[in-house]
Write a protein that binds this ligand. Sequence first.
Ligand SMILES: *Cc1c(COP(=O)(O)O)cnc(C)c1O
Length: 401
Amino acid sequence: MDQALLSPNDDISLETALVRGGLRRSDFGEMSEAIFLTSGFVYDSAERAEARFAGEDEGFVYSRYANPTLEVLEKRLALIEGAEACHVTASGMAAVFTGLFCYLRAGDHVVASRALFGSCHVILTTILPRYGIETTLVDGADLDAWQAAMRPNTRAIFLETPANPTLDLVDLTAVAEIAHAGGAKVFVDNVFASPLGQKPLELGADVVMYSATKHIDGQGRCLGGALLADAEFCNDHFMPYYRHTGPALSPFNAWVLAKGLETLSIRVERQTRSAHSLAEFIEADGGARTVRYPFLESHPQHELARRQMKSGGTIVSLDLGSKQAAFAFINALRIVDISNNLGDTRSIATHPMTTTHRAMAVEDRAAMGITDGLVRLSIGLEGYDDLQADVERALAAAKSA
Ligand SMILES: *Cc1c(COP(=O)(O)O)cnc(C)c1O
């Protein structure tokens, strides 16, 4: 085995980490990472098996616990994020659920921002309460509300910034201060910003989660998730849960995601540039009631966006005033697909009210700012001029709807 692993202490650039982080070649000297599609491992003696199980001998035991292909992806992600440890899971939701459930106990309390991905909302408001864990939802932009919601038994703060699909932001540094003063850990769903657009751990977060399905694969091929934190959280809380409850990722999917990381920076940089230009174009067109993009000066938290994000991200949302206008806009698109994924190389339009957020109560949706006319655009890698022409045509269709 090639042991020339890059460690977080090596002074290497992000781009180099994306391509080479965690690379561990076998004796064959393969160029591309090998895929270890194996459920288990064998031992050369009974004594070796005993030592392996006792944790005295380094090595793999069973792919529900760890696998060499998953380890490449985990090391690469940890390097990019600047985290001590990383574990990858079968989906983004498996990372979120396992991350919270492994840490919380009956009687604990969670404070979360109201603007959340639909399934995160279900975990916090429906599933955790069944086990005696209560959640208070607050307006993520209101620091006084975060402070007021803290209780002596608050052990976790959960938030998403920018939030799906409204692109509302939460001040990570300020909320982390409130959380830590009260003895709570800060869990951040960093999907929208991507690992390149925002570094929550540097801003005070304790645990960062990703749906790797989004930008990390970014090519619509497989599901995956990741959790990054310090070694203590991973060893004392996450791993015991992960080993016994089985949210492990398939080695094949881990390989796809590791290859996805190799092109992440060039994809996300291009997609971000197009998203920013398109947001400016839509704003100048005037056909939408509002356009939201963190790096537009008109974003209500623009100053915060510039302070905590490295780039504005690949998602733009716009409000066309009514469901009818939103549908006219979406149906007039010829290049942009109608779907519910995001972060993909192919641009995607979503109407959250009738799709991703339809399971929510009407008043919860209203409180989150998900209006009838809201459309979420995930900007891909198509030629910018083609995307602008497509959106221009759709805005015209919405106006005459
Ligand atoms: C997609 C998504 C998830 C869930 O990820 P899956 O890989 O689909 O399980 C969680 N949070 C956010 C913000 C997402 O966009």
